[in-house]
Design a binder for this molecule. Structure first.
Ligand code: HEM
Length: 263
């Protein structure tokens, strides 16, 4: 606790300049980097529905340990979500330090933003706003998945999106996370100078372009996936709750003899 107070005041109990703000900043960057990269993998996983229901089903079962155990173990998903949820909460807690906490502070920030008219300051505002929205939107999604790990799949996910009314939340969450994530990764690259070349200004222009390309790519992929789940969810409405039966099973290996007979 004294560490947090030290971080807030910027001085140690002995009156020396505290290293705590730098440490907290580092943890915020590290948790943000983890979440940003995790989201790239996550969106690719969710978009497997665009290839086929069977493919999405196969990937889902892999996350339940199908390659290790005969019976799927949804508890693995619960543990993975709990881990991501913890990082998400730590990241949000660390970000709280940077939020304006009074209307006066907010006004000062706004006046500076207008006066500076700098793109990166505007990006900071978008990031703060989308981050705030994700406190609520992200927590709902993570809690539901953590407590329903066996209800992920082509039908279960589509039913959740349509019949359980998750689609409005996902539209907002998708917009928030894609803006927040790519701005965050851009700001990390600038802050820590990961891709710095000889001309820092030119690097920044390139990074900003890359940021928009990445945002557009994941938004298109995300909305296309959401549309696919919504279509399946509408078609499956009458059979809400029914589990998907794959047309080709990953746990079964079929052996054909030379006459083509299944044994
Ligand atoms: C281990 C943690 C996570 C797992 C297992 C997971 C899993 C899933 C699954 C299965 C879907 C498909 C819809 C559904 O079944 O309800 C989905 C959609 C989505 N998730 Fe996650 N998620 C995780 C973390 C996150 C986080 C941290 C965020 C952002 C804060 C997020 C944002 C979204 C969004 C925006 C969608 C809708 C995307 C679309 O349909 O295109 N997820 N997630």
């Amino acid at each position: 606790m004294s560490g947090l107070i030290e971080g807030y005041l910027g001085v140690t109990e002995e009156g020396k300049k505290s290293k705590m703000p730098a440490k907290l900043d580092y943890y915020q960057s590290a948790t943000g980097l983890f979440l940003g990269l995790f989201m790239w993998g996550h969106m690719l996983f969710v978009s497997t529905i665009l290839i086929s229901k069977d493919f999405m089903y196969t990937v889902t079962k892999m996350f339940e340990g199908s390659f290790l155990f005969e019976q799927p173990k949804p508890i693995i998903v619960t543990i993975a979500v709990a881990f991501v949820f913890t990082i998400f909460i730590i990241h949000a807690m660390l970000a709280l330090r940077k939020f304006p906490t009074t209307y006066k502070q907010y006004k000062v920030l706004k006046v500076h933003t207008v006066a500076l008219n700098h793109d990166d300051t505007k990006l900071w505002f978008i990031q703060a706003f989308t981050g705030f929205a994700m406190f609520f939107l992200g927590s709902v999604h993570l809690y539901i998945l953590m407590t329903n790990p066996d209800k992920i799949g082509p039908y279960a996910s589509a039913d959740r999106i349509v019949s359980d009314w998750m689609w409005p939340l996902y539209i907002l969450l998708l917009l928030a996370v894609e803006l927040h994530g790519s701005i965050g990764l851009y700001r990390l690259s600038v802050k820590w100078g990961w891709f710095d070349g000889k001309d820092a200004k030119a690097t920044r222009v390139k990074l900003k372009k890359a940021k928009w390309v990445i945002t557009a790519f994941f938004l298109i992929l995300g909305f296309a996936s959401l549309a696919a789940y919504i279509k399946i969810g509408i078609e499956h409405k009458a059979n809400y709750g029914e589990k998907y039966q794959p047309t080709t099973s990953i746990s079964q290996t079929y052996v054909y003899d030379y006459k083509g007979v299944l044994s």
